[in-house]
Design a protein around this ligand. Structure first.
Ligand code: MRU
Length: 345
C-alpha cells in the first residue's frame, strides 16, 4: 500500500499507526497497529473513534494484512467479520467492511490494499464536498454549537460538522463555536477544543447541560452535529446528548443540522427504532479517566445507564448536510431525502 497520512491515522513504509485519542489533548502519541486484535481493542477503547475513522482504520488494517501475503482469503474474510463487529452503532464500519469483502470475493486478496486506499481517499473527498455544501449555511458573525467530535480526529479528511465550521471560518466569516464537553468521555472537551485551537477558530467550552440556557438567551444561531447512522427516513443516531440538543433547538427555533457522508447511511434501516445502540461500561459514568489518571466519584457499585448514542427523529432536523447537498424537511415530505439517502454513493 502507498503511504497515507491523516491527522488521526498514518500508513507509513508498511506500518499502520494510530493517534491515541485517549492521550489528547495532553500528549500526541502514536500506536502501532499490527493485528485484528490490536485494531478491535483500539476501536473499543476509543483510541481510534468517530464513525468514518473507524471504518477507514479497519479497512487500512485489512489492506495491510492482505499486502503482507501471509493471510488466506478465509482468514481475511474472518478478520473483516471480526472488525465489523467491533462497535455496533456506526454503520460506516459495516459499510466499509462490506466494500472490502465485496472486493475480496469478486477480485481477490491482491485488490484489498487498493480498495482500502480508495476508501481513504474517498473519505477525504466526501468531507470536502460536505464542507462546501454546508459552509454557505453559516452566516457572518454566527455562533454555532456542536457536540462530540466530528473533525479530522473522527475522519481522515477535514471532518463533517467541524469540516463545515472550518470551511466557513476559512471563507473569512466570523464564526464562534460553543463546544459541548460531551459527557461521559469528553470528546468535546478534549478533542474538539484541541481541533478548534489548532485551526484558530474562536470557541467556548460548555457543559452539556448549558446549551438550553444559551439558546434561550439567543446566543446560538445554529447547531451542527455528526452522525453514526442515518436511517432511510432521516432519523439518525449520534453521540448521546444529541437528541436533547435537537429538542432544545426545536423549542428555541434554532436551526439544527446533521452532517454526514453517504457511508453513514443505512438504507436497510427504515427508521431510528432499528438502530442498535451501544451500551458501555458503568465506570465511564461513575467517574472519569484519562491522561491524568482516573477518579471515581460515585459510591461503589452505583447502578448506571450508559448508552453511547441516542436517536434524533427526523422531524427535529432542519437540514441534512450530505456530500451530495443539503436536504430539508420539505425534501422529507416529497421523498427527495429518501431518494438521496438511497442513491447516495
Ligand atoms: O463514541 P465516538 O467518539 O466514536 O462517537 C463519535 C460521534 O458520535 C460522532 O459525532 C460521529 O461518529 C460522527 S464523526 C464525523
Amino acid at each position: 500500500m502507498h503511504n497515507l497520512q491523516a491527522t488521526s491515522i498514518r500508513y507509513l513504509d508498511g506500518q499502520l499507526w494510530v493517534l491515541d485519542q485517549h492521550q489528547l489533548p495532553h500528549q500526541e502519541s502514536w500506536l502501532l497497529c499490527q493485528s485484528v486484535d490490536d485494531m478491535v481493542n483500539m476501536i473499543q477503547h476509543l483510541q481510534v473513534r468517530g464513525a468514518p475513522l473507524i471504518g477507514i482504520a479497519a479497512s487500512l488494517l485489512l489492506g495491510h494484512l492482505a499486502a503482507s501475503q501471509s493471510y488466506t482469503l478465509e482468514q481475511l474474510r474472518e478478520a473483516a467479520e471480526t472488525l465489523r463487529a467491533a462497535r455496533p452503532t456506526a454503520v460506516n464500519l459495516m459499510n466499509n467492511m462490506d466494500s472490502m469483502l465485496a472486493v475480496l470475493h469478486t477480485q481477490g486478496i491482491e485488490y484489498l490494499p487498493q480498495e482500502a486506499e480508495r476508501l481513504f481517499n474517498e473519505d477525504v473527498a466526501l468531507c470536502n464536498a460536505i464542507a462546501q455544501h454546508g459552509a454557505p449555511l453559516l452566516g457572518n458573525n454566527s455562533n454555532v454549537l456542536t457536540h462530540c467530535n466530528t473533525g479530522s480526529l473522527a475522519t481522515v479528511g477535514v471532518g463533517t460538522a467541524i469540516g463545515v465550521i472550518q470551511a466557513a471560518h476559512a471563507q473569512g466569516k466570523n464564526i464562534h463555536v460553543y463546544v459541548d464537553e460531551t459527557r461521559p468521555l469528553l470528546q468535546g472537551g478534549r478533542l474538539t477544543t484541541w481541533e478548534m485551537k489548532k485551526h484558530d477558530i474562536p470557541h467556548t467550552l460548555i457543559c452539556d447541560n448549558m446549551a438550553a440556557l444559551l439558546m434561550r438567551e439567543g446566543k446560538v444561531d445554529a447547531v451542527l452535529v455528526g452522525a453514526d447512522r442515518i436511517a432511510a427516513n432521516g432519523d439518525f443516531a449520534n453521540k448521546v446528548g444529541t437528541y436533547s440538543l435537537a429538542v432544545n433547538a426545536h423549542y428555541h427555533h434554532v436551526p439544527f443540522y446533521v452532517v454526514a457522508p453517504y457511508t453513514t447511511v443505512d438504507t436497510e434501516c427504515p427508521d431510528g427504532n432499528g438502530i442498535p445502540i451501544e451500551e458501555r461500561a458503568a465506570a465511564e459514568v461513575q467517574g472519569v479517566s484519562g491522561h491524568f489518571g482516573s477518579v471515581n466519584w460515585s459510591p461503589e457499585e452505583t447502578p448506571v445507564f450508559n448508552p453511547a448514542f441516542d436517536v434524533t427523529p427526523a422531524n427535529l432536523v432542519t437540514g441534512w448536510i450530505l456530500d451530495t447537498g443539503v436536504y430539508t424537511q420539505s425534501d422529507v415530505a416529497s421523498g427527495v431525502l429518501k431518494a438521496a439517502l438511497q442513491s447516495d454513493g
